[in-house]
Design a protein around this ligand. Sequence first.
Ligand code: ZN
Length: 158
Amino acid sequence: MLDDELRELYQEVILDHQQDPRNFGPMQHPTHHAEGFNPLCGDRIRLELDMDGDRIRQMSFTGAGCAISTASASLMTEALTGKTRAEAEAVSQEFRDLVTGKLRDTEGSEAIDISRLGELSVLASVQQFPVRVKCVTLAWHTLEAALTAKKQVPISTE
Ligand code: ZN
């Protein structure tokens, strides 16, 4: 369990990104995009990427959702801008394993050093709230859809 001080800090980061989301707004000429929807909560996101070959030059998102989904999208754009597709996919996999509790050992503590996920680790606490896991992973599922195809139908977490 997180101690209270840490929990408070995490809340602050999430609120900060919800109130002032980074990389929010439409892009002029995205090379890749995808839309995602989480019907459980009503979160909607449109993610746009500007890929320079294999590297993510720029990422932005629009849409409306709860604090967790917005903060997760905002933190994701900060974490992945400048990364290659393979690097982004590796972070995405690790992040989704983290928030779904797959990285926990039998004692219930994180089996890896989550600090290497940087600010993204503030979202680890959602694994205690299964409904919120859909909110926190929406942007990441949408990223995967955006990276794998230029044109696709809107994805849903259901
Ligand atoms: Zn939500």
